[in-house]
Design a protein around this ligand. Structure first.
Ligand SMILES: Cc1cc2nc3c(=O)[nH]c(=O)nc-3n(C[C@H](O)[C@H](O)[C@H](O)COP(=O)(O)OP(=O)(O)OC[C@H]3O[C@@H](n4cnc5c(N)ncnc54)[C@H](O)[C@@H]3O)c2cc1C
Length: 441
């Protein structure tokens, strides 16, 4: 059987940061990832709305790590971990294989949660993978090709966390800027009392006012009670129910750990929370094992948000313990550098760290663009995205969207969510979408 010093599972923010940090000490590492790419999730909504192209935000992980000669990459789906034998089992296009490790870092991320209604996954569009973004883009393209008074032109976005706000804002901008004022009815439905509820106050009020000015109908204190083909039923705080006929429903209301969290919990005896996340130790190890670390969105540690800076800092911390830079058992400390959310052009909100004044408007928008450009992998991708932004935000070009609607096209159905498992299988519910932290270390 093949063996390596460290196996890292996942090529997202956490796994990539861990692999890079291990490479600094020349630690022999094998990174196994289901999708074989490093997906920059914060720009998925821009792929869905035609601002940029998918390949710019999902370079192959082998390419991203090509200069780290001690890091090997495998595209494969991990199905089992034997913590006693220290062996990982994974499936590739060529079949099932095993690899032995001395240390294991698991960074398998999160999936959508449907709060006990897994059947809604087939009736809504998610935004977790590149396939999700591409499918939503095709749906929106068809929506704008439909007659203006058709329900096809109605988009319901469920969940007014950062993803929901970004999608609603960009669909409105797509109608206004690219389709030159084409009619589009956009509803943003949120159960909490305000949009971006984790902020509250000035930032939430500004976001709501900006969206409403852009024509988005914001329904706060409102819950989705049913989603059938083409109709979303919502219930407001007073208990009044209404149906919204909509050709497109985007689900951005909750997350839960990926199925691998359940596998790790079983292998190590680690407990999980109601979203299926591993309740890891403060040094990021799992259960009673000093040789298995879990990081990022699939874990719960205090009140840390499921955001990229947490995953990256945790990846480096686990790697530092393994390469002996930090002592075994050292507690992880999160350095909060603030958070931000995009609304539309040129509006965003920023919550800086250390109680500094909150920012809105053009300066926050420019800050959001600068930070996200900086953390995108690869100089060529950054240049290409910058060019796309200039075309989309200063002009009106959107790759994949014909000017003024184009010819009518068949509307694709909502795809099934990737890696979806029945909530009952995991015994989990899900967590609301949190704030968008600055994707910095
Ligand atoms: C639409 C959207 C927008 C976001 N915007 C922001 C933002 O602006 N700022 C911010 O800070 N955060 C943002 N986030 C959150 C951020 O992307 C996550 O917190 C971050 O990706 C978590 O990193 P991770 O390494 O834990 O998981 P991920 O980055 O999700 O990576 C998980 C990896 O595990 C792999 N994997 C899963 N299961 C298996 C398996 N069984 N076998 C092998 N591989 C497996 C996947 O293929 C993937 O490579 C956003 C998230 C979304 C969905």
């Amino acid at each position: 059987m093949r063996s390596t010093h460290v196996v890292v599972i996942g090529s997202g923010f956490g796994g990539l940061a861990a692999a890079k940090q291990l490479a600094k000490s020349g630690v022999e590492t094998t990174l196994i990832s289901a999708n074989g790419e490093h997906l920059f999730q914060p720009l998925l909504y821009q792929v869905a709305t035609g601002v940029t192209e998918g390949e710019r935000i999902a370079p192959p992980i082998a390419e991203v790590l090509r200069r780290r000669r001690t890091v090997d990459t495998i595209t494969g789906y991990v199905t089992a971990v034997d913590a006693e034998r220290k062996v990982v089992t994974y499936a590739t296009a060529d079949g099932v294989d095993e690899i032995a490790y001395t240390y294991l870092i698991v960074a398998a991320g999160a999936a959508q949660a449907y709060f006990g209604h897994d059947e809604w996954a087939d009736r809504t569009f998610a935004l977790k993978t590149l396939d999700d973004a591409t499918a939503l883009r095709a749906r929106l393209r068809a929506a704008f090709a439909a007659p203006a008074d058709s329900p096809e032109r109605t988009v319901v976005v469920v969940g007014a966390g950062a993803t929901g706000v970004e999608v609603a804002g960009q669909v409105a901008e797509l109608a206004r800027r690219h389709h030159r004022g084409a009619e589009a009815r956009i509803h943003l439905v949120e159960g909490a009392a305000d949009v971006l509820p984790f902020y509250g106050g000035k930032l939430s009020a500004y976001t709501r006012a900006t969206l409403e000015k852009a024509g988005v109908m914001v329904h706060t204190g409102t819950f989705v009670t049913a989603i059938e083909d083409g109709v979303v039923t919502v219930k407001d705080g007073a208990g009044a129910e209404r149906d919204i006929a909509a050709g497109t429903v985007v689900w951005s209301a909750g997350v839960r750990a990926t199925p691998l969290a359940g596998v790790i919990a079983e292998a190590t005896g680690c407990e999980t929370d109601r979203a299926g996340r591993l309740l890891i130790n403060r040094d990021l190890t799992v259960g009673g094992r000093a040789d298995v670390f879990a990081i990022g969105d699939m874990t719960g540690l205090g009140a840390l948000p499921g955001q990229s800076p947490v995953a990256m800092q945790q990846g480096r911390h686990a790697a530092d313990i393994i390469r002996g830079v930090t002592g075994p058992g050292t507690h992880f400390r999160y350095l909060d550098k603030g958070s931000m959310a995009m609304i539309d052009t040129p509006h965003a909100v920023v919550e800086p760290p250390l109680g500094l004044p909150r920012l809105t408007g053009l300066i926050a928008w420019a800050g959001w663009l600068a930070v996200h450009l900086y953390y995108l992998a690869g100089m060529a991708n950054r240049v290409a995205v910058l060019r796309d932004w200039l075309r989309a935000f200063a002009g009106d070009a959107r790759p994949g969207f014909a000017a003024n609607g184009g010819a009518p096209q068949a509307a694709p159905a909502a795809p099934a969510a990737e890696e979806r498992v029945a909530s009952a299988d995991l015994g989990v519910a899900g967590l609301p979408d949190g704030p968008r932290n600055v994707p910095v270390a």
